[in-house]
Design a binder for this molecule. Structure first.
Ligand code: 6GU
Length: 233
């Protein structure tokens, strides 16, 4: 899979992308992540990528030209190098559809995606109408830019690409994979003074019984903490 991220703050991605699971997924060839500095595409002599809103009001708007040229450059590069086109051009915005595990799973099956990070007050609406295929928010709160949202989405997408997690079952066992919260988990020691004992069933050695207990607990926790997840099905 290939993910191209367009941002006015490309430095925000360097640390996190090279760490942990995402870093390994790139080194092992499961995903290629490319960060593009939107400012490299502006034709403005002062390198500006934003301007005042028509009609007045506060805040600046990201202009069409750098975004359109950047996306067009990425599209023609992908076409000439691999004969492929982008499956999605995603715009991060607090008014987009709320990101969830199902979206991460679906996006992880795509071959090439662009994520455009929103900034300032947002982008010229004509870009949304003409070039964006999906608008995604990561929750009902406002961030100062789409970079963290793009990072969150990239993490969630990359870790479910088949093969990325060592144990092939691991992603399937995740919280939310069946619209269920994860069951409680424990590690050694089986008894810790002042904290009590691990549930006995986990020590019984019968995988089928343990799995039944885990599903039961997952259902109980979901019902208690996130009943909305059960209603969605
Ligand atoms: Cl995608 N962008 C911004 N700026 N704020 C957000 C968001 C995105 N999702 C939630 N809040």
């Amino acid at each position: 899979m290939r993910i191209d991220i367009i941002s006015v703050l490309p430095e925000m991605f360097t640390g996190f992308l090279n760490e942990s699971i995402i870093g390994r997924a790139q080194r092992e060839g499961y995903v290629e992540i490319h960060i593009h500095n939107l400012r490299d595409y502006t034709k403005d002599k002062h390198k500006r990528v934003d301007d005042y809103p028509f009609g007045g009001g506060s805040g600046m708007i990201m202009q069409i030209q750098p975004i359109a040229d950047c996306i067009s450059h990425l599209q023609s590069t992908l076409l000439s190098s691999k004969g492929e086109s982008y499956d999605a051009v995603i715009y991060t915005s607090p008014d987009g559809n709320q990101f969830n595990q199902g979206m991460a799973n679906r996006m992880s099956q795509l071959r090439n995606i662009i994520i455009l990070c929103g900034h300032y007050k947002g982008i010229d609406h004509r870009i949304r109408e003409k070039l964006i295929t999906e608008e995604v928010s990561i929750g009902d709160y406002v961030l100062s830019g789409g970079e963290l949202a793009a990072a969150v989405m990239t993490d969630a997408i990359v870790r479910v690409i088949p093969g990325v997690l060592g144990d092939s079952q691991a992603a399937l066992d995740d919280c939310f994979m069946d619209n269920l919260l994860a069951p409680p988990i424990y590690t050694r020691p089986a008894h810790y003074d002042g904290f009590g004992d691990v549930p006995e069933i986990l020590l019984c050695g019968d995988p089928k019984k343990i799995r039944e207990w885990e599903i039961q607990k997952a259902l109980e926790r979901t019902l208690a903490l996130r009943p909305d997840l059960l209603e969605e099905q």
